[in-house]
Design a protein around this ligand. Structure first.
Ligand SMILES: [Zn+2]
Ligand SMILES: [Zn+2]
Length: 139
């Protein structure tokens, strides 16, 4: 994975800095992480890094589309490394996020509905909000 990340940074003309590697490594481990979570992890390795620097790095990673932002209802945005298109199960109680793959059928239906409105769809993203297995049991 490390190699892959270095390769990706180079492909996107971004300098390979230790800070960027740690940010991407954190996102890789967490799957989805908020800026606070990223900052906490990066600070363990780069003791003197500021939140502003983390923000700046996140912004450049967003600009080259190496990562994307998940805008969440009622919670701070989370970030994830861009991979194949997928949807999310988002727990409203504990904030956990799980990736799920939409069937091709659903995707095709969605783009049909979009083109019926003469809308040129580029991507379909579906977030499903509710309670995760753990939270449902303890409810
Ligand atoms: Zn939960
Ligand atoms: Zn995801």
């Amino acid at each position: 994975m490390k190699l892959d990340i270095i390769q990706k940074l180079k492909e996107h003309d971004l300098k390979v800095t230790p800070q960027r590697l740690t940010i991407l490594d954190t996102l890789n481990r967490y799957g989805h992480a908020s800026i606070d979570e990223i900052y906490k992890e990066v600070k363990k390795v780069h003791l003197s890094i500021s939140l502003a620097t983390v923000y700046k790095n996140i912004t450049s990673l967003l600009q080259v589309k190496l990562i994307k932002e998940l805008a969440l209802n009622e919670a701070k945005s989370k970030y994830e490394i861009i991979k194949e298109p997928h949807s999310h199960l988002i727990c409203k109680k504990c904030g956990s996020i799980e990736d799920i793959n939409l069937s091709e059928q659903i995707e095709q239906n969605a783009s049909k509905l979009a083109s019926a409105k003469e809308f040129a769809a580029e991507e379909t993203e579906l977030n499903i909000y509710g309670l995760c297995k753990n939270c449902k049991q303890n409810n």
